[in-house]
Design a protein around this ligand. Structure first.
Ligand code: HEC
Ligand code: HEC
Length: 213
């Protein structure tokens, strides 16, 4: 029940964001070379093909990500609804037009997944992704993120996302996302889901996702 109420909230947020974007339709305030310089800068952390970077602090894959989700996250960093000092510094200088252009550029990239090392728990992860965990009230991930995990609109692509990044996000949801209680956002939809998964279930589903193209 909670989920369908949340879905209504997402649909509403989507409708409003479309209206806002229509109003913002004005000429780009940057040149192509400025856009390229910015993309090169993003790639120093997010990988040359936007495939992510596996290190002590995992850099998420941006390649193939849904443009609307990307813009939502940049906005969440700027407004500190999503807590990350590095990305606050990166994002707060971007104009709305630049955000949209960057989002489209990363959406259009299609490198192979970086991970796919560990095949452990792959079967369990796939089951959780497609069927959810009934006894813990976890709906199938596929019902929102799509059977192929490529997402849609404000629902992010998870296919090919780094294992360590997915693990970190799902185990820290309450501390990082939806941090402005007066301005709730789409992150509220994921809160009970992240909360109800066990550590082992999160590892399994993260393994599955990191293996998908
Ligand atoms: C200095 C390194 C660095 C640079 C440069 C950088 N990022 Fe990031 N970015 C990160 C880190 C680290 C995270 C993960 C934050 C977290 O764990 O929540 C991230 C997360 C993101 C996310 C959220 C992804 C998701 O799946 O939710 C987006 C979107 C993003 N970055 C876009 C950009 C764009 C666009 C640029 C260039 C304008 C850029 N980043 C430049 C380090 C960087
Ligand atoms: C009811 C719809 C719904 C279901 C079911 C759902 N998600 Fe999500 N998920 C979302 C939405 C919406 C977001 C984006 C939240 C935001 O914009 O802050 C999201 C975000 C995420 C993120 C963050 C992505 C990133 O790049 O930072 C991960 C990881 C994730 N979901 C994993 C899962 C897993 C694993 C499952 C199944 C156990 C699942 N989701 C089930 C709607 C859902």
């Amino acid at each position: 029940m909670r989920i369908s109420a949340a879905l209504v909230a997402v649909t509403f947020a989507l409708a409003t964001s479309l209206a806002v974007h229509a109003e913002e339709k004005r000429k780009a305030d940057f040149s192509q070379s400025e856009l390229k310089a910015k993309i090169d800068y993003c790639k120093t952390c997010h990988g040359l093909q936007g495939q992510g970077f596996r290190g002590s602090y995992p850099m998420p894959r941006l390649a193939g990500q849904q443009p609307e989700y990307l813009v939502n996250q940049l906005q969440a960093f700027i407004e500190r609804r999503r807590n990350n000092p590095v990305m606050f510094n990166v994002a707060h200088v971007l104009s709305p037009e630049m955000e949209k252009a960057l989002a489209q550029q990363f959406h259009d990239l299609d490198p192979k997944p970086l991970d796919g090392i560990s095949r452990e728990n792959l079967t369990e992860g796939k089951k959780i992704y497609l069927e959810g965990v009934v006894k813990s009230d976890v709906p199938p991930c596929a019902s929102c993120h799509g059977d192929d995990a490529r997402g849609r609109d404000a629902f992010p692509r998870l296919a090919g996302q780094l294992h360590d990044y997915v693990y970190k996000k799902l185990t820290n949801w309450d501390k990082e996302r939806g941090q402005d209680k007066n301005n709730p956002d789409n992150s509220a939809i994921m809160q009970p889901i992240a909360h109800n998964l066990t550590d082992a279930q999160i590892r399994a589903v993260a393994t599955y996702l990191s293996s998908l193209e």
